[in-house]
Ligand binder design. Structure first.
Ligand code: FEO
Length: 135
């Protein structure tokens, strides 16, 4: 069973960004399943790498729109992105070096952060982007 699933309350009303959020949820669920299946370290590293790369791409995508449309909440939003990426990058490094194991605590942190960010901070651009014609 998946750790969590996308539902309509997560929608930011921009299809492309909703799809990217769904993909992020899929990757975290994949990581959760791989842990339950006791997959080897290199298999977990591959998924963690995918999570990092996709997260970087997704944040860059949103931030490109912030700049393009002069979104007023840009600075605070970008700060949240950076703080999260710093944590995930540190986790990836510690995991690679064998200093930290993947755990439910880490998976729940990823899940909670993403849900709170999508349902909180990301919602702040929803109407703004819609008014700019992004749907
Ligand atoms: Fe969808 Fe601000 O990340």
């Amino acid at each position: 069973m998946a750790l969590f699933s996308w539902n309509d309350s997560y929608s930011v009303k921009v299809t492309e960004l909703d799809n990217q959020h769904k993909k992020l949820i899929d990757i975290i669920n994949e990581l959760h399943q791989a842990m339950l299946d006791k997959k080897a370290k290199d298999a977990l590293e591959k998924i963690i790498g995918e999570l990092m790369n996709y997260t970087i791409n997704h944040f860059s995508f949103e931030e490109k729109y912030f700049a393009q449309y002069s979104f007023p909440g840009e600075a605070a939003h970008k700060k949240e992105h950076k703080n999260f990426l710093d944590k995930v990058t540190q986790f990836g490094k510690d995991f690679d070096e064998g200093k930290l194991m993947l755990s439910m605590e880490i998976l729940n942190f990823l899940k909670e952060w993403l849900v709170n960010h999508i349902k909180g901070t990301d919602q702040n651009y929803s109407d703004f982007f819609n008014e700019k014609g992004l749907i």
